[in-house]
Design a protein around this ligand. Structure first.
Ligand code: PLP
Length: 450
């Protein structure tokens, strides 16, 4: 069964075929789950759709609801399911490891953990080869900032306005959007102007924004800093690719101020940009510390911090340990993910399909004034909706409406940006041109009815 808005309307696009039917679902209905969620789950967890979606099955780039309806998952579990839902190689690695040993500790040796650390190091440039495993992106960034503070003996950190790095103390501080910040102590972070080519004051001139980082150091710190942390393409912030030339200029400024450069690859890493394996490579820089999560385990809770042997030494000054970080089941999944990315050329696929999809979305922008900007790289694309292209007034209600209607057609996309008016398109990297066509045709169909 396929989701459809008006099956008799000839202009309704047709979903590409897929040879899989999920087994019948006998579990509770969406309404029953929603009632439990309201009663027993934190009210801070939210859903986007008017009619909540109960997903019961997932295969590759598709999700299925309780009635067996298929959806193109163009959000990828928030840029997380990189090889596709329930990829057989990843499932097999998890099952095999689970049967053998589910948990180990730092006190013992285990090859699942060491092999994945070695494989990760082989993907990184220079001396970036010492891995600390965590359970999430937040923990990875917390640890990276701790390491930088210990290594430099400084407390001050520079991050970007509009960036997102997590929701614990240091990471909430580094995050640059009020909607994600609570009124608790988040000391020592200075937020630099965002090098946002669409909304930023200097347009696409990366080097001009970089000057602001020097100003922050000169006027807001002792002259020395612990670190600069940023994404190369902001994800939660609305798929903003930092203006060209920004990272090389800022990295050089930070090094002069004695700080370390932290690349947050939680969303852009693992081949998602298509052109490169890591987001920072798109600007030709080499960070001192790289953090990752999401795609690294294809949805299995896993994060990592990778740095150089010299920098990693600082954690030997005191004990540092984490019960679940580097769990062998998770690292077995991680190793399988890396192998699938290579075996199925997923980075190259992200480049080919992503470029095709971006071109098609750009063509849609020529037809609808509502689309203010189309941006991003590979399979990390953003579409920003505005009610007026001159004033760039965010079209928030329209964004929600289009998302809802596209879901009724069977296409799931994400939403983000400071104003909540940017579609985030971050599907599994096995996304096809046919899926891309279906996504754009569905968006076209919905917008044509507005
Ligand atoms: N960094 C980036 C770039 C993210 O997008 C996120 C989550 O969306 C995080 C860090 C935090 O990761 P987690 O939600 O796994 O704690």
């Amino acid at each position: 069964k396929e989701a459809s808005l008006q099956e008799n309307d000839v202009s309704v696009p047709k979903m590409p075929p897929f040879d899989y039917s999920p087994p019948p679902y006998n579990g509770p209905s969406a309404d029953e789950i929603l009632a439990k969620r309201r009663e027993y789950l934190s009210p801070s967890v939210f859903h986007f759709y008017k009619k909540p979606l109960n997903v019961v099955d997932g295969k590759r780039q598709y999700l299925f609801d309780e009635e067996g309806r298929r959806y193109v998952d163009a959000f990828g579990g928030i840029a997380t399911v990189c090889c596709g839902h329930c990829h057989p190689d990843v499932v097999e690695a998890i099952v095999n490891q689970t049967k053998r040993l589910q948990h180990s500790t730092v006190l013992y040796l285990n090859s699942a953990i060491a092999d994945f650390a070695e494989a990760l190091a082989s993907k990184l440039p220079g001396d970036l080869k010492v891995v600390f495993f965590t359970n999430s992106g937040t923990e990875a960034n917390e640890l990276a900032m701790l390491i930088a503070r210990l290594y430099t003996g400084c407390h001050d950190i520079i991050s970007l306005r509009n960036g997102y790095h997590g929701n614990a103390s240091a990471t909430m501080g580094a995050t640059g959007q009020s909607i994600w910040k609570h009124n608790v102590v988040q000391s020592g972070v200075h937020h630099a102007l965002n090098p946002d080519p669409y909304r930023g004051v200097f347009g696409p001139d990366g080097e001009k924004y970089a000057k602001d980082v020097q100003d922050l150091i000169d006027f807001g710190t002792s002259g020395n800093v612990a670190a600069f942390v940023s994404e190369a393409i902001q994800g939660v912030g609305g798929i903003i690719e930092l203006a060209p030339g920004y990272l090389p200029a800022v990295y050089s400024t930070i090094k002069k101020a004695g700080g370390l450069c932290i690349a947050d690859e939680v969303q852009a890493g693992f081949g998602r940009t298509g052109s490169h394996f890591w987001g920072f490579e798109t600007q030709g820089v080499v960070p001192d510390i790289v953090t990752m999560a999401k795609g690294i385990g294809n949805g299995i809770p896993l994060g990592a911090v990778v740095t150089t042997p010299e920098i990693a030494e600082v954690l030997t000054r005191r004990n540092y340990f984490n019960t679940f970080g580097g769990n062998p089941v998770c690292t077995a999944a991680g190793l399988a993910v890396l192998k699938v990315i290579e075996k199925e050329n997923l980075k190259e696929n992200a480049h080919i399909v992503g470029s095709y999809l971006k071109d098609r979305l750009a063509a849609l922008k020529d037809r609808y004034e509502l689309i203010g900007d189309v941006r991003g790289r590979g399979l990390m694309l953003g579409v920003e909706l505005v009610t007026d292209r001159q004033t760039k007034t965010p079209a928030k209600a329209e964004t929600l409406h289009v998302m809802d209607e596209m879901k009724e057609l069977g296409v799931l996309i994400g939403k983000g940006g400071y104003f909540g008016n940017v579609f985030r398109i971050t599907p599994p990297l096995c996304f096809t041109k046919e899926d891309a066509d279906y996504l754009v045709d569905s968006m076209d169909y919905v917008m044509s009815k507005m």
